[in-house]
Design a protein around this ligand. Structure first.
Ligand SMILES: Nc1nc2c(ncn2[C@@H]2O[C@H](COP(=O)(O)OP(=O)(O)OP(=O)(O)O)[C@@H](O)[C@H]2O)c(=O)[nH]1
Ligand SMILES: [Mg+2]
Length: 325
C-alpha cells in the first residue's frame, strides 16, 4: 500500500555548551580563561526525490533527531558541529507544521531547511574583558528546533499515463524518464503508482513529472481491479496520455472502457487535455497502425503512435508532450 500521509516529529540537534576552563600548566599556575565554544546542532533538511514510495520509511519511524553539537573544551577547543540530516520525500509532498499551520510544497528536486540546529554556547574565553580577566561563565548551547510535521503526498505530476492493463504504460515511463518501474508481459504488473521526470533539455533543469498508475479495467469505478484508487493521483495533472495497445482488435472499445471509468470517478477528468497514444506499433504493420490511428482520430485530435524501440517515434511524442503539458 502506498504510504502517502504521515506525521513525524523532527528535532534538530541542540548546540553544545560552552566550556569554563582556565589555563593550567607547568609554566602558568593561574592562567587566563581557555574554555572553547560548543558546536552548532545539526540541521534537518527535506529533499524532494522522484521515488514515490519514499514516505514508507515514516510509517513506523515517527521521530527523527539530528545530532547535537559537541560541548567546548579546555585549551580553547571548539566542539564539533552536529551532523545535518536529510529526509527524502517524494516530489509533490506537502509539508505542514501541525502546530503552527506553516506549509511548504516540495515540488522540485531541491532541499528545504525544516528544523534549525541550536547554536553552540560560547566558552568563557569569549567573556574575558579588561574588567573581568577571569570570567567563570559560559553559555549553554541553544535547543534545536522541534516540530511536528505532516508529510502528505499530493502528486503534482504534469502528465498522467492511463490505459488498460498491459498497454505499455510503465514501458513508456521508462523510455521517457529516469524512472525504472517494473515491466512485464502480463496485466497488473504495476501495483503502485510510479513517478518519473522527463527532462525537457539535455542540460537537465526543470522537467515534466510523469505519473504511471496501475491499469484500469471495466468496473474499476465500482471497485474492480486496482487502478481507481490511484486516480486521485492524476486528478491534478494537466495532461493525460491515454495508452492503447496497437495490437488490440478494437482500439475504440479499449479507449471507451477506460474513458467511461474515469468519467464515473470524476467528470472533471473527462475535461482534461488528452493525447491518445497507440503503443507497441513495432508489433503491427505500418498499414495497420495507421488505420487504427485514423479510427482514433474520430474521437481525438491528438493521436500518435509509438514504439519504445523506435527513438524517432519517442522523440515526436516528447516534443508533443513538452508543447501540450
Ligand atoms: N514490442 C513492444 N513491446 C512493448 C512496447 N511497450 C511495452 N511493451 C511490452 O508490453 C508488456 C507490458 O508492458 P508494461 O509497460 O508493463 O504495461 P503496463 O501498461 O504498465 O501494464 P500494467 O502495469 O499491468 O497496467 C511488456 O512485456 C513490455 O515489454 C513496445 O513499444 N513494443
Ligand atoms: Mg505498469
Amino acid at each position: 500500500m502506498l504510504v502517502d500521509d504521515v506525521i513525524v516529529s523532527v528535532k534538530a540537534g541542540n548546540g553544545g555548551n560552552g566550556a569554563v576552563s582556565f589555563r593550567r600548566n607547568a609554566q602558568t599556575a593561574r592562567g587566563g580563561p581557555d574554555g572553547g565554544n560548543g558546536g552548532k546542532g545539526g540541521d534537518i533538511f527535506v529533499r524532494g526525490v522522484t521515488d514515490i514510495t519514499a514516505l514508507q520509511e515514516f510509517q513506523f519511524k515517527k521521530s527523527i533527531k539530528a545530532e547535537d553539537g559537541i560541548k567546548g573544551d579546555r585549551n580553547n577547543l571548539f566542539g564539533r558541529k552536529g551532523k545535518d540530516l536529510v529526509i527524502d520525500v517524494p516530489v509533490g509532498t506537502r509539508i505542514t507544521d501541525v502546530d503552527t499551520g506553516w506549509k511548504t510544497d516540495i515540488d522540485a528536486e531541491k532541499s528545504v531547511l525544516i528544523a534549525r540546529g541550536g547554536n553552540g554556547g560560547r566558552g568563557n574565553n569569549e567573556f574575558k574583558s579588561a574588567t573581568n580577566q577571569t570570567p567563570r561563565t559560559a553559555e549553554k548551547g541553544e535547543e534545536g528546533q522541534a516540530r511536528r510535521l505532516r508529510l502528505e503526498l499530493r502528486l503534482i505530476a504534469d502528465i498522467g499515463l492511463i490505459g488498460l492493463p498491459n498497454a505499455g504504460k510503465s514501458s513508456l515511463l521508462e523510455a521517457l524518464t529516469n524512472a525504472r518501474p517494473k515491466i512485464a508481459n502480463y496485466p497488473f504488473t504495476t501495483l503502485e503508482p510510479n513517478l518519473g521526470v522527463m527532462f525537457t533539455s539535455s542540460k537537465g533543469g526543470d522537467g515534466k513529472i510523469i505519473a504511471d498508475i496501475p491499469g484500469l479495467i471495466e468496473g474499476a469505478s465500482g471497485g474492480k481491479g486496482l487502478g481507481i484508487k490511484f486516480l486521485k493521483h492524476i486528478e491534478k495533472t494537466r495532461l493525460l496520455l491515454h495508452c492503447i495497445d496497437a495490437t488490440s482488435v478494437d482500439v475504440l472499445h479499449d479507449y471507451h472502457i477506460v474513458h467511461k471509468e474515469m468519467l464515473a470517478y470524476n467528470k472533471e477528468i473527462g475535461q482534461k487535455k488528452e493525447i491518445v497514444l497507440l503503443t507497441k506499433r513495432d508489433v503491427v504493420t505500418a498499414t495497420e497502425y495507421k488505420e487504427k490511428e485514423k479510427i482514433l482520430k474520430n474521437i481525438s485530435q491528438r493521436v500518435l503512435s509509438v514504439s519504445i524501440y523506435d527513438e524517432e517515434s519517442l522523440g515526436k511524442l516528447k516534443t508533443l508532450l513538452k508543447k501540450t503539458a
